[in-house]
Design a protein. Sequence first.
Length: 222
Amino acid sequence: MPGAPVLDEIKIVIEDIGKGGGKEPPSGGDGGGDGGKHGRPGPPSPRRYYTGIALGIVSILMFFMALASAYLVQRATSSRWVPVHLPVILWANTMILLASSATMEQARKRLSRADVSGFRTLWLATTMLGLAFLAGQLVAWRLLVAQGIYVSTNQGSSFFYIFTAVHGVHLLGGISALIYVARRNFETAKVSLSIAAEVTSYYWHFMDGLWLFLLALLYLGK
């Protein structure tokens, strides 16, 4: 799956941050008093991690745009297209996911005020809301199955399951990043926890926005 390597890259980015990858290189290009003969180049700037997550987001976006294009073409040209009536729980799931973005931003605000305890509490709340969203998506699947609607039932149902499943997998990658940042000890790291939290938040907010796009696409596909 095109998105799977991206999730691995996100985890590597967070791990590198925890190892001190965000330390600024020492000033002066001559390597110090020895004329640079024995000086070591400083660690890369945190900007590389922002660039990495941006490239990952673009990769995922292109993948979903390809799926969306196929969806629109099939819906417009297929004579066998049967729309899927979206389970009502999807709207509740959407509110849960939006709430998770709100708690994440509140967590980062607490961190900026040096309230680490408040940060961890709200960060955990974000993680739990993400898990609740995934659980709600599984409930939506079960509701469709109870109606006899499966992946292979028709083209509309196939796209519904594909969209929600692939988004869920990528969101699970974001949850893994949330857990990693929460458990990582940054006290001895050479970079602050706020950078790791910020990089993770970019991905998480993107997943929220992507879900809103998919939901609108599926709703209009009715």
